[in-house]
Design a protein around this ligand. Structure first.
Ligand code: KIV
Length: 278
């Protein structure tokens, strides 16, 4: 098991400095207990807008609000000491222009205590990224498959196959040149993700992209087997907690129905018993 050893909290410049160095480990978290677990092992903890699908049962990330991101961001903050905390800007909270993006990113940082925000988009977001970084807001970018643009992209398809690759390379170069400290490459054909990683100056963090990326990110409920609505090819399951949890719930329900729970050890006598708090 590799436990991260640094005690000081990581910063966006620390992550930017990891280009072509030790792989950056990034995982999503939405709650305090999971953030505590991730903090011991991960460099970056992302409060992703995937929270909408993973915890709130939405069918896409489009219905996620700034208030939801703030609530989950606050919870995650309480669980972190070392990892860099990044919070996703939800759909509709930054696309109108630089001022709207600054207002909402500043609110996310002030209310959650995160050190950076993530936003989707490449060339079209370059001015916004420049505006935010010049005003104290570190930006992680996200190009390739951008789930908030699912209706324009026409589905969760692999990006960067054929002629489309040039557009994604241009997006990655644009977000690097405008000041992002790292860029997520989602569901990008492997040769293109490898090429982008070689050509851009900031760390690439892959999800369904390439082992050559400077880091990797996955959704925590996917790796734990807690999110089972669908399973993308790029997910590796490290546990099957969903089926274990269901078995536990079924056993509890059986115990209640059969009168096996509660048992004597779960109940209280008139006077405290030895070893029991009053
Ligand atoms: O919302 C999210 O969890 C993400 C990651 C999958 C990169 O954007």
């Amino acid at each position: 098991m590799s436990v991260a050893v640094e005690t000081k909290a990581l910063t966006p410049p620390d992550i930017a400095a990891r280009k072509h160095k030790k792989p950056i480990v990034c995982l999503t978290a939405y709650t305090t207990p999971v953030a505590r677990l991730a903090d011991r092992h991960c460099d970056v903890v992302l409060v992703g807008d995937s929270v909408g699908m993973v915890l709130h049962g939405l069918t896409s990330t489009l219905g996620v609000t700034l208030e939801m991101m703030i609530m989950h961001g606050k919870a995650v903050r309480r669980g972190l000491e070392r990892a860099l905390m990044v919070v996703d800007m939800p759909f509709g909270s930054y696309e109108e222009g630089c001022e709207q993006a600054f207002r909402n990113a500043a609110r996310l940082m002030a209310e959650t205590g995160c050190a950076a925000v993530k936003l989707e988009g490449g060339e079209s977001m370059a001015d916004t990224i420049r505006f935010l970084t010049a005003r104290g807001i570190p930006v992680m970018s996200h190009v390739g498959l951008t789930p908030q643009a699912i209706n324009v992209l026409g589905g969760y398809k692999v990006q960067g196959r054929g002629g489309d690759g040039d557009r994604i390379l241009r997006d990655a170069v644009a977000v690097a040149e405008s000041g992002s400290f790292s860029v997520v490459l989602e569901k990008v054909a492997e040769p293109l993700a490898r090429r982008i990683t070689e050509e851009v100056t900031i760390p690439t963090i892959g999800i369904g992209a390439s082992a050559a990326c400077d880091g990797q990110v996955l959704v925590v409920d996917d790796i734990l087997g807690m999110f089972t609505a669908f399973r993308p090819k790029f997910v590796k399951r490290y546990a099957e907690l969903g089926s274990e949890a269901e078995a536990a719930i079924a056993a509890y329900a059986d115990d209640v129905r059969e009168g096996r729970f509660p048992a004597a050890e779960h109940l209280f006598a008139d006077a405290p018993q030895a070893g029991e708090a009053a």
